[in-house]
Design a protein around this ligand. Structure first.
Ligand SMILES: [Zn+2]
Ligand SMILES: [Zn+2]
Length: 486
């Protein structure tokens, strides 16, 4: 799966400093050391506990192997570790009417020993950390505080799984560390692995031990407690100097044509299928545009088609094509020299200067949707500017004014070719190829509005960047994905 996912990420132009997984020697060795140190510091202790045992399968049932009714919301298919309906984190014994998920029989309760992490010891510190962090999204803040206010309980960190990292505590030889505790430590070990690749194995400490480090965790809302409570508590327990999450970008859920994505029911589009239907940039653009930042959002084929046709094709694509074709045909491919700027020119030039600053601010706040909106606004302002200026008339009667118009419009294209890169990288690179410019050194993104493309610079032959999606294509995909028009 790791190599399949890596390949898909590449095809979607997603790049990482280190894309890894937790099944590796660096992670396993560090986790053993990490949890043993917490144990030695007295934050982990063993208790004799009742556990569900399946007599039919002849085994203790790890939490994910128990299915039952959620005691909080009544959802009938909650797992032993968490209810995916209401998000509450559970212990298997809390489930009502529990069943072994392997064979379906009702398990019995049997005594065994497990090791517990003393989470309540961190209640006050965690509460303080969350209250002081005014960047946290509303959903993360509310969920975490209510968890703490309900009273944190010690959490079992060992399991009777056959797989997993062996628990390093004396007497726990047949146990493994619960995957959720060990997985979050993967954030540290991924940076250790990266340091080793960089040739300086201590480099990770520079980030993890610096109070100025900003660590951001991109998660779905069902993962909030692991990132605002479990991970910070583990970090505090191991070494108080370790940097705590600066923010979590905990999105709400994305629905597919009004339904929950479901592998078993075939609801959704798989990444590899998606690429066979449309280029990666189309998906990237649309998925950012509907990113569930504040509430659940819905993918719909109609809205997808409308967005690609209106935003990408008619707005951005057409603008870039109109400007570059005009320069190519009427100015021999050379960016024309501007003459006097009038009010309309200055208005657009000042928006070009502001756009990167505004877009960056939203990016820092992890509001990608709003950041992208600034860029579509830049492009639609460019389109309106051309409509008002009518360079196709100016070129015949006032060629100097046409030159100024195209100079200003070319600055918009140049700015877009840099600012759009995080959103639609393949198209942004194509824009720069047509402009025949390289991404400048330094903070190219923030400076995109203040580093103009020079008059006299020669561009290459332009071509259209996007294609409209016809209705029949959408009908075809609707059939393929078993969805009906809403
Ligand atoms: Zn529930
Ligand atoms: Zn069973």
């Amino acid at each position: 799966m790791h190599s399949i996912v890596t390949d898909l990420f590449n095809k979607f132009s997603l790049s990482f400093d280190n894309y890894t997984r937790t099944h590796n020697d660096v992670h396993i060795a560090f986790c053993k050391e990490f949890f043993f140190k917490i144990y030695e510091k007295g934050y982990i202790y063993s208790i004799d506990v009742d556990q569900l045992f399946c007599e039919n399968c002849k085994r203790f049932l790890p939490d994910r192997f128990v299915i039952g009714t959620c005691p909080k919301c009544g959802y009938p298919s909650a797992r032993g570790d968490q209810c995916e309906n209401c998000g509450v984190v559970l212990e298997p014994l809390e489930l009502l009417d529990s069943k072994c998920s392997i064979c379906g029989s009702t398990p019995i309760i049997k005594k065994t020993k497990h090791w517990y992490f003393d989470l309540p010891r961190f209640s006050e510190k965690l509460k303080e950390m969350i209250l002081q962090n005014d960047r946290l999204p509303e959903n993360a803040k509310n969920f975490s505080l209510s968890w703490i206010n309900e009273g944190l309980r010690p959490r079992a960190i060992t399991r009777d799984n056959l797989w997993g990292i062996p628990a390093p505590f004396p007497g726990a030889e047949d146990k493994t560390i619960y995957v959720w505790f060990e997985a979050v430590i993967g954030y540290i070990t991924a940076t250790i692995e990266w340091s080793i690749k960089k040739g300086d194995k201590e480099l990770w400490k520079k980030y993890w031990l610096d109070s100025e480090t900003r660590s951001v965790y991109f998660i779905g809302k069902d993962n909030i407690p692991f990132h605002t409570i479990i991970l910070p508590a583990l970090l505090m327990a191991y070494d108080e100097r370790l940097t705590l999450p600066w923010n979590v970008s905990s999105t709400e859920y994305l629905m597919f044509e009004g339904q929950k994505f479901s592998k078993s029911r075939g609801i959704g589009v798989w990444l590899d299928q998606a690429l066979s239907y449309f280029p990666a940039d189309y998906w990237r653009y649309y998925l950012i545009k509907i990113r569930p930042e504040k509430s659940d959002t819905n993918f719909s084929w109609d809205d997808f088609q409308k967005t690609i046709n209106n935003d990408l094709n008619d707005n951005i694509g057409n603008f870039v094509h109109r400007v570059l074709t005009f320069i190519y045909n009427h100015f021999n491919g050379l960016i024309p020299s501007p003459h006097t700027f009038d009010e309309l020119d200055n208005e657009l030039l000042s928006f070009i200067r502001e756009a990167p600053i505004k877009a960056s601010k939203f990016m820092d706040e992890l509001r990608m949707r709003q950041s992208l909106e600034i860029l579509t606004e830049l492009s639609s302002r460019g389109n309106m500017y051309l409509t008002k200026k009518e360079p196709w008339h100016q070129i015949k009667t006032e060629p100097n004014r046409a030159a100024t118009t195209l100079y200003v419009a070319a600055q918009v294209v140049k700015c877009l070719s840099i600012l759009l890169e995080p959103f639609i990288p393949v198209s942004a690179i194509k824009m720069r190829e047509m402009l025949d410019i390289k991404i400048p050194d330094g903070d190219a993104w923030l400076n995109a509005g203040t580093t103009p493309i020079e008059a006299g610079h020669m561009i290459k032959r332009p071509y259209p960047l996007f294609k409209k999606i016809p209705d029949r294509k959408i009908e075809e995909l609707r059939n393929k994905t078993n969805t009906t028009k809403l």
